[in-house]
Design a binder for this molecule. Structure first.
Ligand SMILES: Cc1cc2nc3c(=O)[nH]c(=O)nc-3n(C[C@H](O)[C@H](O)[C@H](O)COP(=O)(O)O)c2cc1C
Length: 282
């Protein structure tokens, strides 16, 4: 499997683990040989710690899952003091830190602090579907451009924007990211969806969450294909990659790199197994 570059970042292979499905990376050190991955993408970090949405927050559905985690995370300070140094001690694999916030200023503050840290890239999560009342920045091309260009001015790290599939034309948003100075776009985040625990019990309220897994793969493939035809920057493809065949489909659609998401909940070694398999295809 060949090495690739995304911006200034060199990856020994094009396989990543998708944000939010692999914790802060370090939790998996006894289960997965982290050194074999192309990159680890962390859970999205926000300026302040977040408790996330009330439990239960993960539901298995046909051919996928719905999560309503709500960006639970330890916050930037604890991430920088504890999680990041632990991860860097564990592996030499590049670490891409996913960051999120409600306003441009929050993103900028996070970036100004991470600029002093030993990280390898930043992924701007402009697409979280699970913050009640929060809006999805990557649904608006102007807001996407403004945010990406503001962050670009503040950092030299490889900059990736993570896009929402819930848009009329994803190519416009990808173009806005490219024009703003992003080195790559990653897509897709999960689809906003609703889960009913049981139509017959007292739990009557809908649970809003993000749908991911095999059921979104063919929609993701279409979006990856369309975006690769519209921008020059690389596309990191994800959405329902469960095995080597799925991975090959994303490469066929034009993705330069790919990420395994909720398959990590079934088998945290999915990405590594795909890497080993793809070596045979060289
Ligand atoms: C439990 C869970 C948590 C997630 N958390 C994040 C997150 O914090 N930041 C983010 O950008 N994407 C997050 N995602 C979205 C994934 O990174 C990925 O884009 C999406 O799930 C599609 O890939 P998949 O179908 O392979 O899971 C999360 C997905 C799941 C299933």
């Amino acid at each position: 499997m060949k090495s690739i570059s995304i911006g200034k970042l060199k990856l020994k292979n094009p396989m990543m683990v998708a944000s939010g499905t692999f914790g802060y990376g370090v939790e998996f050190k006894d289960l997965v040989d982290l050194n074999k991955l192309g990159a680890v993408v962390t859970k999205t970090i926000t300026l302040e710690p977040r408790e996330g949405n009330p439990k239960t927050r993960i539901f298995e559905v046909q051919y996928g899952m719905i999560n309503s985690i709500g960006l639970q995370n330890v916050g930037l300070e604890k991430f920088v003091k504890e999680k990041l140094p632990e991860l860097k001690k564990t592996t030499k694999t590049p670490v891409i830190v996913s960051i999120g916030g409600k306003k441009k200023q929050e993103f900028i503050k996070i970036v100004e602090i991470l600029n002093y840290e030993e990280i390898d890239g930043l992924e701007l999560n402009l697409s979280c579907p699970n913050i009640m009342g929060g809006k999805i920045i990557s649904q608006d091309k102007k807001e996407t451009y403004n945010l990406v260009s503001a962050v670009r001015k503040k950092t030299k790290f490889t900059l990736i924007t993570k896009l929402s599939p819930l848009v009329t034309d994803i190519t416009e948003i990808a173009k806005a990211s490219e024009d703003g100075g992003a080195d790559a776009v990653s897509l897709i985040n999960s689809f906003p969806a609703v889960f009913y625990r049981s139509p017959l019990t007292a739990y009557r309220l809908p649970i809003f969450g993000g749908l991911s897994g095999s059921c979104i793969k063919h929609i993701a493939l279409r979006m990856v294909y369309l975006v690769t035809q519209s921008v020059k920057i690389p596309v990191i493809g994800m959405g329902g990659i469960m095995n080597t065949k799925d991975a090959l489909e994303f490469f066929k659609a034009g993705a330069k790199a790919i990420a395994v998401g909720c398959a990590n909940f079934v088998n945290p070694n999915t990405a590594i197994e795909i890497i080993e398999d793809l070596k045979k295809w060289k």
